[in-house]
Design a protein around this ligand. Structure first.
Ligand code: NAG
Ligand code: NAG
Ligand code: NAG
Ligand code: NAG
Ligand code: NAG
Ligand code: NAG
Ligand code: NAG
Ligand code: NAG
Ligand code: NAG
Ligand code: NAG
Ligand code: NAG
Ligand code: NAG
Length: 856
């Protein structure tokens, strides 16, 4: 699996949770009054913003209500199934659950449905569960049960309980499980159980428990030394995504031999595979991927002959891949990639695997392949992750006629025509970061997903068949114009399905063509870092679904055509480093997230329409000839004035026929802390305004200092005037502030020292006066941050302040200690260097932290 697999896994789970739809069965029998009352009370207690329960009313037979199923004979409620279905957004924004059920629900109330055997509230947004007899319900019902205090009844009927993926739900205690002695299936994944330290003991009390799914529950303790756990009926155990930091637990090997599936992936497990695993004779699935397990894959693994899934990828296993694996004739999925295996792989490792469908033996450095060139494998694979050393593909690859997904990584090989013919039958192709040598001129690509970035491909752009949805060909040596791909005459009669096109970082030249009409399905277009010239053709305005357009680092010129207004979905617009002229477009959709016009010849003033883009978090119009004032309305940009985490991301999702989710990070090159860096994974955490190197004049509007979310503000190299107000101290998230080379005056406000994250400050070459606030972190910056303000004094500047005795204020008269220019410039250069290093480290840490944050 590729490096995105942890996310892929999490989102595959979410996908599964989202795609599920409530099925309801109705019978023509009359619901009991008591059940009706219990359900109505349940409804009263919770919040139902979108009227999911609108059919629940006294007028109707409760057996016909949405989500309710009754027993045919006694007409009692047996099933309550109300999962929420949500759709997958284009960008990995926070899932929209505003229509799902929420609030607090009373489980003790539902337990009064004496015949309830199936309860499914999955993927809603419940915040808490009420278990006891607390009388804070603002409802009454006057049946016999109401006369005694409501208590949690022992349910002898509930067999299936699914509360999974209520992500905001915190359950402090699982004690209530005690009362559910018949429970067979417990699904509680994605619910926060970090307070429940006794979870294992509690679930083992359920004598009939057969399926336990507790993945991503923030569990911490796996009780690794506990010898015995009383799961007598357990068949399926899923504890993935909890950070246990321990070895595989002893109790696991002492489970009844009926266990068929064990899934403890992404759990930071340590240690080796213990031989006791052989106790689990009937194991069909062993999923331990993405842990820190080490040591060899033991020979005895070949004795687990019921195994169908063996997923050990992304661990630290070492040694050779044992031949005994070849004995696992039931195996359908074998995943060993991203470990530290060494040695040779040959046909003997797969001798009896006639059912194998999915194989991952990707590693870096690649394993040595020693396959007989005439070997015909006993399997027909559907998915293959491969890496190998050597100039030729293994011959047996061409015997595989059913491959749906092929991924090759870290390998070097020549791609002959035979190879391109072969892969045209493979719908998902991931061949990035290899050194594939090939010429794509006149090649027709036919895969749905084509990822070929960072190889050594040359020639002109390939042609695409109507099947193609995703094309990544970035960072190769492709040349010529973009018309072979876009203007292929053979495609005149069919409709394109292309949504994602990235051909950046090549040597493409010529114009943007007028062939865009054929490609209306496009969502993401990246033509950046080529040698393209000419104007943006009006036909690009036909791309009504376009969300991101990257045209940076080319030689494009002219005005941005008004037809682009028809790209109503545009969120990221990046034309950095071209030769565009005219005004800043004022039609950019209100939902836009990033606008990058840096280093062009845009002129005129900043249009007030920018303030309506409430989701904008990157506004980079630096290095143009923009004039006029900074608009006061910038404070209307809520994404910048909100301190809380943004609820949207810059990761584009592509859902491949409900089977695989692809993640594409948007990326932008931004300048912050004096450094230009490509922001990709961490882009969504950057809030930036860069208006530097323009002709802006006037003062900074006070409202701008209410952009509390801003991390980087650069207004340098303009003609701005006025004093800095104390309000600047409110911009608590600022990490980088550059006001250099303007005409700001007055004292540096002491409030500036309240900005505790500030790692880069440049106030140089203005007309600031007085003393740099002493005793604050502001003196921790190098002199470079303050030079060129002739009336500014005090450390770190070498000018000392002369405090006149009759002067009460900080107003001081600077004395130029030594006017030596050469010393001044040596300051300048040392300051510059250390600033760069610090800036780089800062960004690097931010990247690491964000990774952690996101994995958590
Ligand atoms: C139910 O009981 C409550 C309180 O005991 C009472 O106020 C209410 O009138 C009763 N409702 C009915 C319909 O009997
Ligand atoms: C439910 O069962 C528990 C333990 O089995 C017992 O202590 C409790 O009294 C029972 N409660 C009811 C209401 O029957
Ligand atoms: C299994 O549990 C029993 C106690 O019930 C214990 O004596 C035995 O050592 C355990 N076996 C393993 C392999 O942990
Ligand atoms: C294990 O379960 C059995 C049967 O339900 C029960 O008799 C026994 O007391 C349980 N043991 C523990 C340690 O919970
Ligand atoms: C495969 O299984 C057979 C019979 O069970 C055994 O004799 C042989 O040694 C096994 N092969 C390997 C490589 O473990
Ligand atoms: C192109 O892809 C389609 C669908 O995946 C497949 O049916 C067809 O055979 C492929 N064409 C070629 C020439 O491989
Ligand atoms: C481009 O590919 C080369 C190797 O072919 C790699 O070293 C480099 O990092 C890639 N650049 C980008 C921006 O992906
Ligand atoms: C690629 O192949 C075409 C013929 O298909 C040839 O004209 C062209 O010169 C080749 N390009 C390179 C860079 O080798
Ligand atoms: C644009 O997106 C919508 C929603 O995803 C889709 O229904 C529509 O077909 C797309 N338009 C084109 C031209 O592909
Ligand atoms: C870009 O195109 C110009 C002609 O338009 C050409 O002179 C130049 O060499 C090209 N540069 C690259 C890097 O291909
Ligand atoms: C950019 O456009 C200006 C005129 O608007 C022209 O003088 C200049 O040569 C162009 N620069 C490039 C790199 O094309
Ligand atoms: C900014 O917000 C204020 C108050 O919400 C509103 O009156 C004003 O019209 C907005 N300005 C712009 C340009 O959107």
């Amino acid at each position: 699996m590729d490096t995105s697999s942890p996310y892929a896994l999490i989102f595959a789970c979410l996908l599964w949770a989202m795609m599920f739809d409530a099925g309801t069965c109705n019978f023509n029998n009359r619901c009991r009054e008591k059940d009706t009352q219990v359900l109505l009370n349940f409804k009263t207690g919770i919040m139902d913003p979108s009227g999911i329960l609108s059919s629940w009313s006294n007028q109707q037979n409760c057996c016909e209500w949405r989500g309710v199923t009754c027993d045919r004979i006694n007409s009692r409620v047996t099933h309550l199934s109300l999962p929420c279905s949500t759709s997958i957004p284009n960008y990995m924004d926070k899932e929209d659950k505003s229509h799902c059920l929420t609030g607090t629900f009373s489980l003790s109330l539902l337990m009064e449905l004496e015949f309830l055997s199936y309860l499914d509230l999955r993927n809603n947004d419940f915040l808490a569960i009420q278990f006891d007899s607390v009388h804070n319900h603002n409802y009454y019902y006057n049946l016999s049960v109401s006369n005694r205090p409501r208590q949690f009844l022992n349910s002898s009927t509930l067999r299936h309980l699914d509360l999974s993926f209520n992500e905001n739900l915190v359950i402090n205690s699982l004690q209530f499980l005690f009362r559910m002695s018949s429970l067979e299936n417990l699904y509680i994944s994605g619910v926060d159980l970090h307070m429940e330290t006794n979870w294992l003991q509690l679930v083992t009390m359920l004598p009939s428990l057969s399926v336990l799914q507790m993945s991503y529950c923030q569990l911490k303790d796996l009780s690794p030394s506990l010898q015995h756990a009383n799961f007598t009926a357990l068949k399926i155990l899923d504890l993935s995504g909890n950070k246990f930091h321990s070895e595989l637990p002893k109790w696991l090997f002492n489970l009844s031999c009926g266990v068929s599936s064990v899934s403890i992936g992404l759990c930071s497990l340590t240690g080796q595979l213990p031989k006791e695993l052989l106790n689990l004779r009937h194991l069909e699935e062993l999923i331990l991927l993405h842990n820190d397990l080490n040591g060899p894959i033991p020979d005895w693994i070949g004795e687990l002959d019921h195994l169908q899934y063996l997923m050990l990828d992304e661990n630290m296993f070492s040694g050779i891949i044992p031949k005994s694996l070849g004995n696992l004739s039931s195996l359908t999925h074998l995943s060993l990639g991203s470990n530290k295996f060494t040695g040779v792989v040959s046909e003997r490792n797969f001798a009896k695997m006639s059912k194998l469908k999915s194989l991952d033996i990707q590693s870096s450095p690649p394993l040595i392949f020693d396959f007989d060139s005439h070997w015909i494998p006993p399997f027909q694979l559907e998915e293959l992750w491969l890496s190998f050393s050597g100039p030729h593909l293994p011959a047996w690859l061409y015997t595989q006629r059913s491959i749906q997904s092929l991924s090759i990584y870290g390998s070097w090989f020549q791609a002959p025509d035979k190879f391109w013919n072969f892969v045209s039958r493979v719908p998902e192709l991931t061949l990035e970061d290899n050194s594939i040598v090939g010429n794509l001129s006149n090649i027709l690509l036919n895969s749905t997903v084509i990822r070929l970035s960072s190889n050594r491909l040359k020639g002109s752009l390939p042609r695409l068949s109507p099947n193609v949805a995703v094309v990544r060909l970035s960072n190769n040596s492709l040349s010529g114009s973009i018309s072979p791909l876009l203007c292929d005459r053979k495609m005149l009669n069919w409709k394109s399905n292309l949504v994602y096109l990235d051909i950046s970082l090549n040597h493409l030249s010529g114009g943007l063509t007028s062939c865009w009409e054929k490609w209306k399905s496009l969502i993401h277009v990246n033509l950046g870092s080529n040698n393209l010239t000419g104007k943006i053709p009006p036909s690009m305005g036909l791309l009504s679904n376009l969300t991101s357009l990257h045209l940076h680092e080319n030689k494009l010129y002219g005005e941005i055509p008004p037809s682009l207004q028809n790209c109503h979905s545009l969120l990221i617009f990046n034309v950095r480093e071209n030769n565009f002229t005219g005004n800043i477009p004022n039609w950019i959709p209100h939902a836009a997230k990033a606008l990058q016009l840096r280093s062009n010849h845009f002129s005129g003033s900043i249009p007030a329409q920018i303030c309506q883009m409430s989701s904008l978090f990157i506004l980079d119009i630096a290095d143009n000839t923009i004039s006029g004032h900074i608009p006061t309305c910038l404070c209307n940009i809520t994404a910048l004035n909100n301190v809380s985490h943004r609820e949207f991301s810059t990761t584009l999702l592509y859902n491949f026929s409900n089977r695989s989710l692809y993640f594409f990070e948007e990326s932008l090159k931004l300048v912050t802390k004096g450094l230009a860096l490509e922001y990709e994974n961490n882009l969504q955490f950057m809030n930036l305004i860069d208006m530097s190197s323009n002709n802006l004049s006037g003062t900074i509007p006070l409202q701008m200092f209410s952009l509390f979310g801003l991390a980087s503000l650069n207004l340098s190299h303009n003609k701005l005037t006025g004093k800095l107000p104390d309000e600047i101290g409110n911009m608590k998230n600022l990490e980088s502030l550059d006001f250099s080379v303007n005409q700001f005056s007055g004292e540096i406000p002491e409030a500036l020292s309240k900005l505790s994250f500030l790692g880069f400050l440049n106030l140089s070459f203005n007309s600031f006066t007085g003393k740099i606030p002493s005793g604050t972190q502001l003196q921790g910056f190098d002199a470079i941050s303050y030079i060129g303000n002739s009336d500014l004094c005090g450390p770190p500047l070498t000018k000392i302040c002369f405090k006149s005795s009759d002067d009460k204020s900080r107003d001081t008269k600077p004395i130029d200690e030594n006017g030596d220019k050469s010393e001044f410039f040596s300051w300048f250069h040392t300051g510059l260097e250390s600033g760069f290093v610090a800036g780089f480290l800062g960004v690097f840490c931010a990247i690491l932290l964000n990774r952690k944050w996101r994995e958590a």
